[in-house]
Design a binder for this molecule. Structure first.
Ligand SMILES: C[S@@+](CC[C@H](N)C(=O)[O-])C[C@H]1O[C@@H](n2cnc3c(N)ncnc32)[C@H](O)[C@@H]1O
Length: 200
């Protein structure tokens, strides 16, 4: 089988790059590598999520499927009082996320490798943020990601995800509606939308 950005252990030689980006009015630099998602630039969906995500000033936030770390890094810079957790199945992404936290001056965040919520078993969060791996399978991965958020969110906590309107947008909205009993559109633009559901 060919290598995907969601391979657990990418086998391609590591070719590193640097992506510079201005997000929420702040400048960031991200080290990237072959074998991870969106190597050349910050993905447009990720950008929309980051620009519209609603963060509390404190508490725990989870960046699920963190890739090289854009969402968690920006959350940590915007709200230093937050306890940021980041997870990804791809070990190369996990190493880059750790590097990028340090590179962008975010201290105290935790990055763990593993499948979906397995690395944060038993924990609860105020917010779960994700640009979910639609290519890894709506039913196989994205469904469990949404259902797992109900279990791992505190009461009043929210799941905020970005999706391409025409590539899984409707299906994801209906999964969130089913799991949470409601879903709203937080932002839209460039063919993407950010969806939010709040846990009772
Ligand atoms: C669309 S990418 C988003 C990456 C990063 N958050 C960004 O916005 O640039 C989805 C990420 O989910 C990760 N992923 C795929 N399947 C996963 C799983 N079962 N558990 C955890 N992470 C997974 C992929 O490795 C990838 O980094």
């Amino acid at each position: 089988m060919g290598e995907h950005y969601f391979s657990e252990k990418p086998s391609s030689p590591e070719r590193r790059g640097l992506v510079k980006s201005r997000l929420r009015g702040l400048d960031f630099g991200f080290v990237t590598s072959s074998g991870v998602f969106s190597v050349r630039r910050v993905d447009r969906g990720t950008r929309l999520l980051v620009e519209s995500m609603v963060l509390p000033g404190e508490g725990r936030v989870l960046d699920m499927g963190c890739g090289y770390g854009v969402v968690g890094v920006v959350a940590g810079r915007l709200a230093p009082g937050l306890e940021v957790w980041m997870t990804d199945i791809n070990e190369r992404a996990v190493s880059l996320a750790r590097l990028n936290l340090e590179r962008n001056g975010v201290e105290g965040a935790v990055v763990r490798q593993g499948d979906l919520y397995e690395p944060v078993e038993g924990m609860r969060f105020g917010v779960v943020l994700s640009n979910p791996p639609i290519s890894a399978g709506l039913r196989r991965v994205v469904g469990p990601l949404v259902e797992g958020a109900v279990v791992h969110l505190e009461s009043g906590g929210s799941l905020q995800v970005v999706v391409q309107s025409r590539k899984g947008g409707k299906a994801l909205a209906s999964m969130m509606e089913d799991a949470f009993g409601g879903v709203e559109v937080l932002a839209r633009g460039g063919g993407y939308r950010v969806l939010m559901s709040v846990r009772d």
